[in-house]
Design a protein around this ligand. Structure first.
Ligand SMILES: Nc1nc2c(ncn2[C@@H]2O[C@H](COP(=O)(O)OP(=O)(O)O)[C@@H](O)[C@H]2O)c(=O)[nH]1
Ligand SMILES: [Mg+2]
Length: 366
């Protein structure tokens, strides 16, 4: 399962947001028997309106959304890379996640202390990027020595890793977001395995007050953060962690009317979960039967057998064909049967690249 870590300075609203996320979208553990629920880690359903649309046709016994794990990573302070605060422990938590949600304080509140005295999102963001870059520099330097030796001995893989590290280093020195376009396709594949903290996919969360939620551009902190994020080619989601924690205890109807009164169409955590999903290059396909309508996650570029393997490795090994109906075709046809009659069901083979929203039956033989 994909893991997303909430990172940020103390008192920016990470735990408030984490609690709201897990309260609103906590997955029932019955469906995920092997999920470990630790106090700072929670499995969250990925909201997807298409599941409800499909189920209005199929009327299955249950709807099972796909999930992401969120982790509230505490303890980052200036000097973490040198062991301040929880230091290395904190960094090792970040190393384990697939993507980072970087929570930034953009709200003023005299009652809530800022570790550095005043609200300044750019300084805050840089404080964290510096710690990540320092930690990366240290581990890359250690690695590089060993890799250079292997490269000299003719190790091809080591040569690629050396090339990647040499490309990343100048960005670390300048504490700049790494420009991913400079890597070759092969380097891009290997990059995540080098476990840099600075190159993990990252989304900023601007934590604002209730009044600013509908008009984030009137908040100078948000404007500054958005500008920086744009330069780095990273997304920003504007959220009020406080509001999210209030929303999280409401039922869906109450939630909708509260959101409307705030002048926004969707809850911030909803947007955040989807943003994290996109950030990771993830897509969704569906299975729809009497028993369940279910969403499955796959990596962009997966073939039909690889997607079948998401359900069970046997499905991948014994893959024969996939019966595929595009999501829109399924909905406009009004039923699987009618889609088939209209010739909208395609029989796809091993090379087929699955599309987001495909509704699928796998034929397999083991
Ligand atoms: N006014 C205001 N206070 C907030 C907001 N989000 C969090 N807080 C408060 O800020 C303090 C620190 O929040 P917390 O979530 O524990 O921050 P963390 O240290 O980043 O985990 C708590 O007292 C929260 O109630 C917000 O959007 N507005
Ligand atoms: Mg906290």
């Amino acid at each position: 399962m994909l893991k997303v870590g909430l990172v940020g300075l103390p008192n920016v609203g990470k735990s408030t947001l984490f609690n709201a996320l897990t309260a609103s979208y906590q997955a029932e553990s019955a469906n995920y028997p092997f999920c470990t629920i630790e106090p700072n880690s929670g499995i969250v359903k990925v909201p997807d309106q298409r599941l409800n649309e499909l189920n209005s046709i199929v009327k299955a016994q249950q709807i099972i959304p796909t999930t992401i794990e969120f982790v509230d990573i505490a303890g980052l302070v200036r000097g973490a890379s040198k062991g301040e605060g929880l230091g290395n422990q904190f960094l090792s938590h970040i190393r384990e996640v697939d993507a980072i949600v970087h929570v930034v304080r953009c709200f003023e509140d005299e009652n809530i202390t800022h570790v550095d005295g005043a609200i300044d999102p750019i300084r805050d963001v840089d404080t964290i990027h510096i710690e990540l870059a320092l930690a990366d520099q240290a581990s890359a330097a250690k690695r590089l020595e060993r890799l250079q030796k292997l490269k000299k001995q003719g190790d091809k893989r080591a040569a690629v890793e050396v090339a990647i590290i040499e490309k990343v280093m100048p960005f670390l020195d300048k504490v700049q977001a790494v420009d991913l376009s400079i890597f070759t396709a092969e380097e891009k594949m290997i990059l995540p395995q080098l476990q840099f903290l600075s190159t993990k996919p990252l989304v900023y969360v601007a934590n604002v007050t209730e009044e600013q939620l509908a008009k984030p551009d009137e908040n100078k902190y948000v404007v500054a953060l958005k500008k920086k994020a744009q330069e780095e080619d990273r997304p920003v989601v504007v959220i009020s962690a406080q509001i999210e924690s209030e929303l999280s205890v409401l039922d869906p109807a109450e939630r909708a009317s509260y959101l409307e009164s705030l002048g926004v169409t969707d809850s911030g955590v909803n947007n955040l979960i989807r943003c994290a999903f996109d950030l990771l290059g993830l897509k969704t396909y569906f299975t729809a039967g009497e028993k369940e309508v279910r969403a499955w996650t796959f990596q962009n570029g997966y073939t039909a057998p690889q997607c079948a393997g998401v359900i069970h490795t046997d499905f991948e090994r014994g893959f024969i064909k996939a019966e595929v109906i595009g999501y829109d075709d399924y909905i406009t046809s009004g039923s699987e049967k009618s889609a088939k009659e209209k010739g909208l069901m395609r029989l796809e083979g091993k090379e087929y690249l699955m599309a987001d929203g495909d509704v699928v039956h796998f034929r397999f033989n083991v």
